[in-house]
Structure formats: C-alpha cells, structure tokens
Write a protein that binds this ligand. Sequence first.
Ligand code: C5P
Length: 397
Amino acid sequence: MLAGKVITIGVTGGIAAYKAADLVSLLSKNGAEVHVVMTGSAREFIQPLTFETLSGRPVVTDLFNFSEPGRIPHIDLAARSQLLVVVPATANIIAKAACAIADDLLSTILLAATCPVLFCPAMNTNMYTNRGVQRNINLLKELGYLFVEPGFGRLACGALGQGRLADLDIIYEEIIKSLWYEKDLTGTKVMVTAGATREAIDPVRFITNRSSGKMGYALARAARDRGAEVILVSGISELKTPHGVKVLFVESARDMHAAVLSHFPEVDVVIKAAAVADYRPKITAEHKIKKSAGVLSLELERNPDILLELGQLKKKGQILVGFAAESRDLLRNAKEKIQKKNLDLLVANDITQPEAGFGVDTNIVKFVYPDKEAVELPKLDKLELAHRILDEIIKIR
Ligand code: C5P
C-alpha cells in the first residue's frame, strides 16, 4: 500500500512516544520507507534502538553530527520526505513550529520541509486547552499544517479529558489521506453501497451472505480522501464507520433500494459494492417458526435489482459502477451484465480465488468496460483497488 512512499516520523518527548513505535512498525509493514527523527527529550522516554529496529534505518537525532560527510541530514530528509508526521507532538514542538524556531534537528527539518506536515498532539488536558497552545495550533492550521485531534480519556498524569494521542488507526488513515492523491473528486458526489443485506425469515432468522463490507468501506474512504462528498449506504458490516462520510444503514435489499433511489438524482457517481440478496422469503413469519416433523420449505421471491433500475434511470453525466462476484465464466457473465445494467465500469472478481472477494483484505479483479477489452489487475489491497477504481471513474468522466 505504501511502497515508494518516504515518510519521516518526528518523535518528541511525551509519554505517548512509545506509541510512535507501533506506528513506525505499521508504516514499515505496509511498505513505506520510514525515517525517524527524535528530539532529546523523546530519547528520555524511548531508545533510538527501538525505532532503528522497527524502521530498519538509523535514527537521526543530532543536528551537527553527520554520519555521512557531505550529506546534511535536515536538508536531505526534508527534501526526500513525502510526509512528515510529528507523533506525539508536544506543546513545545508546536510552539517552535508556530514561531519558526529551529534549534534542534526536528524543528529544523520542519522548517526545511516542503511536503505536508501532520501533527498528532498528545499532552495534559490543561496544557492542550491552554490558550497559547490553542493559538499556536490555530496559527499552524492557517499556515496549512495538518492536525489529528487528540482523543478523550484518562491521561498518563491521571487527569480525565482531551489530550491523549489519537488512536493509531485514525492517525494511519490521516497519513494515507495526506499522502495520497490530489483532491481530484472535489465537487463530486459519490454514493457507495457496501456490505450484505439481510432478508428476514421470522423475527430471529434471516438469509444473508458472506460480504464483509471491506471493499465498499474502502471505496467510501478513498473517495472522501480525494475530496468527494460521500454517501455510504451500508448493509450489514462489522467495520467501523468512516469519519467524514454520510452513512445510511439499511438491512434488507428493499431498504437499500429505497435509500439508493432516493439519493440517486443528486449524485454524480454510484458504486455498488454491496452484496444484495437476489431473493427474499415471500412471507416473513410474524412469530418465530417452530420446528416440526418433516421438511420445511421456504418460498423465495425476487428482490428488486437496484443496479438494473439505476441503469434505466441514469442521466447523462452520471456514472454507474457495478461489482460482479462470479465463480465461473467470469468474463462472459461480466460482459453480459455491463450491457444489461447499462454500466460504465464493472469490477469483476473470481470469488474462487483465496485472496479475492468476500472477507479478505485483498482483491483480484478485472475491469470490464462496455466498449473495450477487459483489463486484468494484480492482487491489490482493497484500499489501493478503491483508488484504481476512482482513477477509472475520473478517466470516464
Ligand atoms: O447481477 P448481480 O447480482 O451479479 O450484479 C451484481 C451487481 O449488482 C453488484 O454491483 C450489486 O451491488 C448489484 N445488485 C443490485 N441489486 C440486486 C443485486 C445486485 O444492485 N438485487
């Protein structure tokens, strides 16, 4: 996911410094080239060796002690980094950056950097809410610096309030967002459907499928990160709802049908990644069905095909993307579906492959177009595939 990305992590002296180790590990595991710069007080909390082991690179700490003659670390790192993340960011480093003070390696790199800089503050609540600190944060925001707000909870000092370092998954998402892509979907309204539908048999039983919602949620996050206004119509999924996205929860295919159709006129793009049940029980029993001797038959009736209807209603300028999960005759079925449903792009995956389709974090798909040869993609992380799908949408537009 992060292969080819150069990220510098600046660690300052707060108790949350140990959490930066997990972040460095996560970024390295995802393929990023991670460099760590530590301030003197950060080294009171955690050893450079921890970061050296996790990043696989020497940690730079000293402004004047060059390990490689002829290379000036602060200029070199500042020039090579595609993102600088200060984690945890103390009140001190925030104040130095706000005043453009350069009295150690990290503060000097901050001034020399031209890439985006993301501060992840962590400090005592009273320090965080201090007017001077807030003034510095606001000043830096005005200058275009990025911030991940600290979370609420019990702090190391025993106080209860805002100030603890944001959760690592939030910081990771913000890193992806700040690193990635231009905001090339600004002004575009995108509706994504995700997850499985549930069709009730009686008050306690239902028919559903193995969809996890991972592909659709990744699409919603990717579209949001590229500046789109996103509506996520989510069926059943256990995933955390992405922030900055309007989420509409639905249960049955008919609920999803109602939600999608009511928003369709206002959106530019629809991506239907949900696994919608094609059939539902003809009758939903009012009371729990009792067991009895012999066979129980369930009569099923067709659900509306939402995508088919959207294809018929589609206005000029609207883009429709469908998914096709097939276990045989992938391309033939996909080509038929793209015509029948009047789609602009169909993302077809062979669900018999272990690293594709339901539940897993990766997907192996083909892009099928109405008017040209299908293209086969390599195995990709679902978030990366989401970006590739958005790239296609931008080309079609
Ligand atoms: O025809 P099939 O169900 O294989 O098509 C899959 C595509 O159609 C997916 O994009 C899915 O979200 C959508 N679909 C739908 N309504 C249904 C069934 C599928 O919108 N009832």
